[in-house]
Structures are given as C-alpha cells and as structure tokens.
Design a protein. Structure first.
Lengths: 279, 339
C-alpha cells in the first residue's frame, strides 16, 4: 500500500497524466477530473479491494463513477493500477477506441457504463443489495458530483439505500461547487447536502477532498452501522493548476500549447519540491 | 344502470373461435408470475424487483413465498431499473416489473444506459401494456415502447400473444445472455393453434397457413388476425396466413419476406402507434429487400387516442375480427382485389 508521500507524488503524477491525455485527445473534462482525482486515488490505492487479478471475483469491491464525465481521472488511476497498459490512454477519443469520454465496461476495470448523470446511485444501491443477498462482504462506492445532485433519481436511490439500511454503500460527493454554467449555488443550489443526506437517513461526514489522510479515514469503514455513508468531499475544481482552479470555464476546457506548458511546469515544480520526478 | 361494457370479441368472433376450437386461457401476467415463481424456487439468483407493482404484476404469491428474492423499490421506476442493473452486476438474475407505460418512458434512459449499453442481462417486464389500462387514459398507455426500444441497441423486445408464448418468453428471458423486454397485457387470451415453429427469440410462428394475404401480428392482437383469417375463409374463400411475431426485435425478417413474396398482400397488426412499431419494421424489411406488396399497417394512429376500454380502443382502430376483415378486403393491390 502506498505511503502518504507516495500518494502525494501520485497526486501530481496523475494530474500531469490526465492533462497529457486530454491535451492529446483535444477534449476532456479537465476541471472535474482535477477535483476528483485525489478521491479516486485514495479509493484505488487505499480502500478498494479490487485489482486486475480480482476484477471478475464476485466478492470484489465495486466502484461506480456516476459523474462519468470525469473519466480521464479514472482512466489514469486504472492505468496506474495495471488494469491496462498506459499506452492505451493515447487512444482517448480516437476512432474505434474504447477510451471514450465517459466510462464503459469495454475498458478493463470499469464496473458500469455512466455518463448520463443521476444513474450511479441507483446502480450502486443494486450492487449493495446484491452483496447482502449473496451474503458477500464487498463494499460499494459511488462518486457523485454536487451539481449532479439536481437529478431526482439520486434521491430515489438515497431513499432506497436508507430503507434497506445499506451500510456497505458509500457515496462520495465531489463538492467542487461549480458546474458547466457556473456556481452550483446559483444554477441549482444542492446545499445543504449534509442535511439532505442526513434527512434521508444516511450517516454523513464532510472532509477535505484533497486530504488523503482525511479521505482514507472517512472511507476505511462504514460511518455508522445500519446506515449508508455519505462522504461529502470539499474539493476545488481544476485543483493543482493555479489558473484552472475554481473556474467554471475549465469544466471541459482544453489547454492550448502555452497553457499546457505552464500547467506542466507548475506540476513539475511541485513534483521536484517533493523530490519526485515525472515518469 | 348502464349496459355492461362489450367484451373484446363480438358474438360473431366468439362463434368463429368456437368453430376453430380455441380455448380461453388466462392473462399473460398470471402466466409470467407463475413461471417466474417456478424458476425462482429452483434458482435462488432469480429476483423479482418491483415498483409498488406486486399486485398488478401478480407477484403477491411470489413475494410471500420467496421474500428473500423480492426487492421493492417503491414508486420509483428510474431507481427500479438502475437497482436491477446493479443487482445484475452482483450476479443476480433480475426481473424488473413495472407498468409498461412508466417502465419504458420514465426509465428509458436507465434501460438504454444501465441495462442495454452496460450489457446487463436484466429482464424488464412491462405489465398492463399497450392500452390494457383502457379508460385510465393516455398516461397509462404504452403505445411507444416498441418504437423506443427498437431504437436501443442490445435489447430483445417480446410481446407474447397467448399463454404458451408468455411462458416460453419468460423461460427464454431467464436464460438470455442479453437484456430482454417482455410486454404483457391484462386480458384473458385465447390460446392459439400450436402452429409450425417452436418458440425462440427472433422467430415468428405461422399459426395458420395461406397465400392469399398474410396477417403479421404481435402480442394481444394476434387472436384478432386469426379470427379474421378464419372469417375470410368462411365468407370470401380466402386463404390468409397468420403469423404471430412475438419478437418485435430482432425481427424474423425471413418470415416477413416470405409473407410478402408468397402472399403479395400483408396486413400488420399491433397494439402500438403505427409510427415505429411492427408495421414499419416489416415495411422496412420488405422495401430493403426490393420486394413490393400491398401493405396495411393496423395500429393506433398518430392522434389523441380514442377513449374507452382496451376492447373499445381496439374496435375503434379496427383491431378486431370485423375491422381486420374490412382492412384485408379493401387492401388496394391485393391479388384478386377489385381496385
């Protein structure tokens, strides 16, 4: 299991890689991928009991990325976990490639096809119910965006998860407070998210979504017996590249050559300060 | 006191049915629930997932006997289909049951993405389908489901015509490696003559031979085509073929082309809008093969749907023995037709 320092290095290396593949493809959801990359990193590096060797094991942990548009972050982590060769990331967006702009099961390691918002929560509820029916101990994690919570199907699933007391289910809310049109608070305010989930019967914890230790602590076990867990991760859209941070325009912005060089230089400097180097 | 509502079949039609020796069966939904219970007793991975639809899905007995194989999601069709996909991921063989009108409209995106695109071999069971809910009105009708699901990749669309077709469809769906949509109505149904072909997805069944005209029908309309064919034999000396097409997708294009080539006149019949359903699917097969035949598509036209019971609506749109006889006799270009 990677050390805290290794996670910190990966955090930068993953960011370099997702920017590289987005730049190479000429398209991608840059801001959201940068806001959730640390969550996905902690899940795959510290929490999930799943690997290329166990991806067909019925008792593997499940991860569903409901905010499917941030797929570049997932691709980068899955490549690092060895689910497929890193070189395949260069096919992102190319004709005939399975590496499209939202997750599909054609890509090794991906559990469920997503992209239309509001779908992951019901599917994750089904997985968690399935674990109970099969008497399996696997846990199910679903990553949801804060803007995505405007989709009503999330709340159908939130009701069912609580009704069935699915404590093997954890929803992580990537609260970057921005969506494509602007501030989530002005487009359609989803706050107070914690009170909403609590009112639906979930155990709730707010964490810093870029703090590996806090994320790992919140995700290592269900927050409360007999209740589904909602980990509300406060994040920064575009996190890690100064000029991309907290700007709705980077929702699916693709850096031009100068911006790309500038972003990479910033990440390389941070990597060097930690004593690491780019692969 | 009002007069009792007229039944599905006229006195004349019932007479024809009696002369054909047809026996009245039960609603397909009952056959579905019995067959599913039988399968689920032997296979604990089989689940019935319902959206407050146990009563209308005839699944009360199933839920009582196999509570651990029953999942209730409440009145939440999007959740129903998403949960079904998740349960399938966890290794369960899921039958998700909901009125067809809600299942295939409200949860269409879940069907498209979470079941079909994600390749989860869930069986979606649309109950009280077509205009089964009759006078409850258009909110409760599913006259769009063939069209919607024909346009979705990786799903089989099945509308059984009688109890044996319903039973076979449930058995085939349970064993299917791909997603299946089953469409069941509420009415009791005559059992069709056995016909020439065993049931299999993608295969049509010729339930009556003939080369003067072919009725290509699906679901609960097939019986009306059969009665019309028998009536046309009695009164007009016509030998009309009747083909039951339980699988609207994938369509048995061989059976459709055989009808077009051998009969030169085809009447399609469906409890669905004429847009995008069985009739247009058959027309497409015929046209793309470079064939030409006289064709009538009988279904519900693109208009504010006539109100009344399922029988009233069927009669209004000519989905009846009398209506189909009239359509057949008036079909322009039909061999032997006067005009």
């Amino acid at each position: 299991m990677p050390t805290d320092r290794e996670l910190a290095l990966k955090s930068i290396i993953y960011r370099r890689e997702l920017l590289r593949i987005i730049k190479n493809a000429g398209a991608g959801h840059t801001g959201g991928s940068l806001s959730c990359i640390d969550i996905i990193s902690v899940l795959y590096n510290r929490i999930l009991r799943v690997s290329p060797a166990t991806i067909s094991d019925p008792d593997r942990d499940r991860y569903v990325q409901s905010k499917g548009h941030s797929v570049e972050a997932l691709y980068v982590v899955l490549a690092d976990m060895g689910f497929f060769p890193r070189q395949l990331l260069d096919t992102l967006g190319r004709a005939g490639s399975h590496f499209v702009g939202h997750p599909t099961r054609k890509v090794p390691g991906i559990e469920h096809n997503t992209g239309a918002l509001g779908h992951g929560m019901p599917v994750a509820v089904g997985m968690a119910l399935g674990a109970r029916l099969r008497k399996s101990a696997f846990r199910t994690f679903v990553l949801v965006g804060d803007g995505e919570l405007a989709e009503g199907s999330n709340w159908e699933a939130a009701m069912a998860a609580s009704h069935y007391r699915l404590d093997s289910l954890t929803a992580v809310i990537d609260c970057n407070s921005l969506q494509i049109s602007g501030r989530t608070s002005s487009v359609m305010n989803s706050e107070p998210i914690d009170e909403k989930f609590a009112a639906f019967g979930w155990a709730v914890r707010r964490v810093d979504g870029h703090d590996f230790a806090a994320l790992a602590e919140a995700l290592k076990a269900p927050l409360a017996p007999g209740r589904p867990s909602a980990v509300i991760a406060s994040t920064v859209k575009g996190k890690g590249v100064s000029f991309m941070e907290d700007a709705a325009s980077w929702h699916h912005g693709v850096p031009d050559d100068a911006q790309y060089r500038s972003a990479m230089a910033e990440l390389d400097a941070r990597l060097a300060a930690l004593g690491g180097e780019a692969p | 006191m009002s007069a009792p509502a007229p039944g599905m079949h006229s006195r004349d039609a019932l007479g024809v049915a009696a002369r054909l020796g047809l026996l009245m069966g039960r609603p397909n939904t009952e056959v579905f629930s019995e067959t599913l219970l039988e399968l689920a007793r032997a296979d604990r991975s089989i689940l019935a997932v319902t959206s407050d639809s146990r009563g209308s899905g005839k699944l009360t007995a199933f839920g009582t006997e196999l509570p651990d194989q029953t999942v209730e999601v409440g009145i939440a069709e999007q959740d129903l289909v998403g949960v079904a996909a998740g349960l399938s991921n966890a290794g369960m063989n899921v039958f998700a049951v909901s009125p067809a009108c809600f299942l295939t409209a409200r949860a269409l995106e879940q069907i498209k993405n979470d079941v079909a695109y994600s390749d989860r071999a869930v069986t979606l069971v649309g109950i009280s389908a077509g205009v089964s809910y009759g006078a409850l009105g258009t909110t409760h009708h599913s006259l769009h489901d063939f069209a919607a699901l024909r346009a979705v990749n990786n799903i089989v669309v099945v509308a059984p015509a009688d109890n044996p077709e319903a039973r076979f469809a449930v058995l085939a769906a349970a064993a299917s490696p791909v997603p299946v949509y089953l469409r069941f109505g509420k009415a009791s149904l005559f059992t069709l003559p056995v016909g020439d072909a065993a049931f299999a997805f993608g295969r049509a069944r010729v339930v009556r031979p003939g080369n003067d005209l072919a009725f290509l029908a699906t679901g609960e309309t097939v019986i009306h085509a059969l009665l019309a064919a028998a009536m046309l034999a009695e009164t007009a000396g016509l030998d009309c073929r009747v083909v039951s097409i339980p699988t609207v997708k994938p369509l048995d294009s061989g059976a459709v082309l055989a009808a077009a080539r051998e009969c030169r006149a085809v009447v399609t019949v469906e409890e669905h809008m004429v847009n995008g359903g069985l009739g247009e699917a058959c027309a497409s097969v015929v046209a793309r093969a470079g064939e030409a035949c006289a064709l009538a598509i009988v279904g519900v036209p693109d208009e504010y749907t006539f109100t009344g019971s399922q029988a009233d609506i069927f009669r209004h749109y000519g989905i009846s023995m009398e209506g189909l006889c009239a359509t057949a006799l008036s079909l322009k270009g039909r061999p032997g037709a006067s005009a």
